[in-house]
Design a protein around this ligand. Structure first.
Ligand code: AMP
Ligand code: MG
Length: 335
């Protein structure tokens, strides 16, 4: 099939109502959306991405009241968090009712819900009158797309259409917080941090062990998405935890490699191909440039990409570290 590039939400809404999938912009990453209550449409998402069936999707809504369509008992933390962070990059997990098809939640008794902070996305949800189930619009395992061109690279001729929007401003997927567990648990780090959430609900939050640990060590995985190798370029990625000078010395001795690091690293790197993922002092830049930088790695046809991680992680957002660990399949060396 030929993938249409759409500038109008009307055409995108028509496709959604016909049971088709459409790639859509959001503030976090581009999503691959379908009517959340149409099983056959949702199946097409898994097929186009090559996504394993046990990896559930996030349901996107445009008005807070819609959440009551999908659950019988909403915890009070959900209301408090929505008031503070919605629309925005926070996904909450709550108990689901029978309206949500099993395919959306991979058979779990909970559902993930978010209200995106891009007007185009909410306008599309309102115009179609449908909640949209949507994972990131990449081939399964690849870095998430933050521009419509990234989506084209992965899914051209595999999906009917892409709704063109701005490049994603946040740049990593939403924070996922599980309100069905006690204590409340952070399943996936994102721009909104566990500390911010904890301050708002006035409760301790635990960080799920999958966030920073090797996937194969986990017997009891809470968020099925974390089981899979993720966010990976074709090129092998190795993280190098060290300071600026030692990183430069290390990659300068390996002229065939790609080096990915901070703006501040670039002046020290003489021999390697260099990609910057933002200033070492700006978490916002690191978040928004991360996936584009990971995608650029493959254009050098190198055997290995070394990614600089600071020894002091004070200024490295947990979301960036978490995605890089997975892109590197937990391959990390300390110098
Ligand atoms: P993606 O939309 O591609 O960012 O993937 C959605 C993420 O949300 C995956 O990591 C899922 O494992 C997670 N997720 C979705 N629904 C649930 C749920 N009911 N319980 C736990 N994690 C979920
Ligand atoms: Mg994804």
């Amino acid at each position: 099939m030929k993938t249409l590039l759409l500038n109008s939400i009307k055409k995108a809404a028509d496709l959604i109502l016909k049971g088709e999938v459409v790639a859509i912009p959001t503030e976090t990453v581009y999503g691959l959306a379908a009517d959340a209550l149409n099983k056959d449409a949702v199946k097409k998402i898994f097929k186009a991405k090559g996504r394993p069936n046990d990896n559930p999707l996030i349901v996107h809504i445009a008005d807070f009241e819609e959440i009551y369509n999908f659950t019988e008992n909403l915890p009070k933390e959900a209301e408090i968090l929505a008031k503070k962070f919605w629309p925005g990059p926070l996904t909450i997990i709550i108990k689901k009712n029978n309206i949500i098809p099993d395919i959306v939640t991979a058979g779990l008794d909970s559902v993930a819900i978010r209200m995106p902070d891009l007007n185009i996305t909410r306008d599309l949800i309102k115009l179609s009158g449908r909640a949209l189930a949507a994972p990131s619009a990449n081939l399964s395992g690849r870095p998430s797309p933050t521009t419509y061109k990234h989506v084209l690279n992965d899914l051209e001729n595999k999906i009917p259409a892409i709704l063109i929007g701005p490049d994603c401003t946040v740049g990593v997927e939403s924070t996922v917080i599980d309100l069905t567990s006690d204590p409340v648990c952070l399943l996936r780090p994102g721009k909104i941090t566990a500390e911010e959430i904890s301050g708002i609900i006035n409760k301790e939050i635990i960080i799920d062990k999958s966030v920073n640990n090797l996937i194969s060590d986990l017997k009891d995985v809470k968020s099925p998405g974390v089981k899979y190798k993720h966010y990976s370029p074709e090129t092998r990625v190795i993280l190098v935890e060290t300071d600026e000078n030692k990183f430069a010395e290390f990659v300068n001795s390996k002229p065939e490699c790609v080096a990915m690091g901070f703006d501040e690293d670039s002046r020290l790197i003489k021999n390697a191909n260099f990609i910057s993922y933002g200033s070492k002092n700006s978490q916002t830049q690191q978040l928004s440039k991360l996936f584009d930088s990971l995608r650029k790695i493959d254009s050098y046809n190198a055997k290995i990409a070394y990614v600089h991680i600071p020894a002091n992680k004070k200024n490295l957002n947990l979301a960036v570290f978490n995605r890089l660990l997975r892109a590197a399949a937990f391959d990390l060396i300390k110098i």
